[in-house]
Ligand binder design. Sequence first.
Ligand code: SF4
Length: 284
Amino acid sequence: MEDLKMQYVPTWCIGCGNYGILNALKKAISSLDISPEELALVTGIGCSSKIGQYVNTYRIETLHGRSLPVATGVKLANHRLTVIAEGGDGDGMGLGIGHFIHTARRNLDITYIIHNNQIYGLTKGQASPTSDLGAITKFTPAPLGSVEQPINIVQMALQAGATWVGRSTAADPQLADYMVQAVNHKGFAVLDILQPCVSFNHVNTYKWYQERVYRLETLPDYDAADYAKAASVAGQWGEKIPIGVIYRTERMTFEESLPQLAGRPLVEQPIDTISISTLMDELA
Ligand code: SF4
C-alpha cells in the first residue's frame, strides 16, 4: 500500500465514494503480487478518472470516453502488463459506449472499473446515461426530470460479450476482493461500482444503496457460470439491486487469437527489420 502512495492529496469532495474505491484499488493491487511497473492504469476524464493521479504506477489520463482504446493499445503493445481501465458512467457509457461494446466483444484481457454515480460530477451535476428515469438535475428539471431510459451497465456488458461481469458499491468491504477477481480473470472483466456523489446526486446516496443491495453469493442456487441466471438478475434495479459476481465464463482473448503476439510482446520484438520506405512504396 505504501509503494502505491502518491504525494498528491485527492481533490474529491469530502465523503465522495471515490475515496472508498481508491482505497480498495490500492488494497487489491497490493494483494495481487504485481509491482507498480507491471501495471498500467488507464483512465478517461471526470472526477473518477483522477484516480490515476493518486496511484503510483504507470498511468495515462486519456481523452473523455477514450480509456478503452488506449488500454487496448497498451495491452497489444505489451500483453504481459496488467491493464486496468477506469472511469465514470458518463465517460464510459456516454462518450465511450462504442469502445465499451467493441472491447467486450473482442474480449481483450483488460479489467474495466466503472465508478457509477449516475451523474456528471466534474461538470457539476448533469444527468448521465445511467441516471434513473425522472432524475431531477440542472439540465433535466422538475417536474419531468430525465425522460431517457437509463443504461444498465451489467446488462450491457453481458449482451456485448464481457466474460466477467460484477457489481459492488464504494462502501462494500468486499470491493477489493471483487477487483482482485476481475483482474485475475483472463478476458474482459467489467466491474460496475455504485458510487455516491455527495455533492450532486442527493437521491442515490450511501443509504439508498445500502437499503437495496443484496449479495448474489448469499443465494443458494445462484451460479455465475449460468448465462440465463445472470441475465435474469442483471435487469434488477430499484427496490432490489444485486451485487457480487454476476457472470463468469472463459473464451479465447483477442491477444491469444493474434499469431504475431504468440511469442514476445510487440515492445520486445526487433523493429530494425521493418523498412518504412518499403511499406510506403506498397501503399503508394
Ligand atoms: Fe465526488 Fe461528486 Fe464531488 Fe465529483 S462532484 S468529487 S463525484 S462528490
